[in-house]
Design a protein around this ligand. Sequence first.
Ligand code: PLP
Length: 281
Amino acid sequence: MIAFLNGQYLAKDRVCISPDDRGFLFADGLYEVVRFYHNRPFRLREHRQRLENGARELRFNRCEFPEFDEVLMNLIEKNRLEKVESAIVYFQVTRGAAPRSHRFPPPETPLTVYAFAREFFSAVEEQENGAGAILVEDDRWGHCDLKTIALLPNTLAHQKARDAGAVEALFVREGLIQEGTHSNVAVVKGGIFYTPPLTRHVLPGITRQAVIELCREADIEVKEAAISKNFLLEADEVMIIGTTVEITPIVRIDGKLIGSGRPGPLTQQLQTALFRLTHNM
Ligand code: PLP
């Protein structure tokens, strides 16, 4: 597998990153995961902009990544992924390597830029039949709107879900549903599509935005509104939304069936619409 590190393409197993890297020591970094469908990136510009916004918020010494698009395209090509149905590219930027200190490194310290690509398969069975989720208290920090690599609470919550036979954990803060560990969440009730508003506790998902647009095109009313635990559990349909999960119906939460316990019609309609959009049909 060919990866990218600081301007160079090399075999992934030859990538060498300093133990002083701030990503390693402080999780001081940002990342993006971009999905390719038949060699075409989905919403590339939006991913780059989110990364650049994050770099500004974290006060990185470089907040523009003009190389982003080209690196992604090159990794797809160098790994011969042009012909596969779907692939992902992971792109990470950290504040660079410097002797360990809570202070920022000297301003000339180059950021560490690392990326790799691989084929990616959708979880077809889960997308067709739906899957379970669990609710967990949101113990993450106060800037979940930034896509930082500091994902320990997310991995712990996700593993808890897997241990319970579920596919996602949904974070609950003061009784309100925020998002999943690697997905946004939406609920259908009375034909209306509800999703939590973008606050500091929710990542502005690229797929979330695409699905909102698909709703509007299909004349489905969208409400970006707070979702309580009760509202979620009494919903007609629940879905998680994201680059890797696409739209996955959630038919069970903490063991309780949602609606009929089967993927609902609006979820299925949006799945079809998203497939057509991602596959340029
Ligand atoms: N929320 C969190 C915490 C995520 O990690 C992700 C994606 O990884 C999402 C939401 C969905 O965002 P996107 O659609 O941009 O992949």
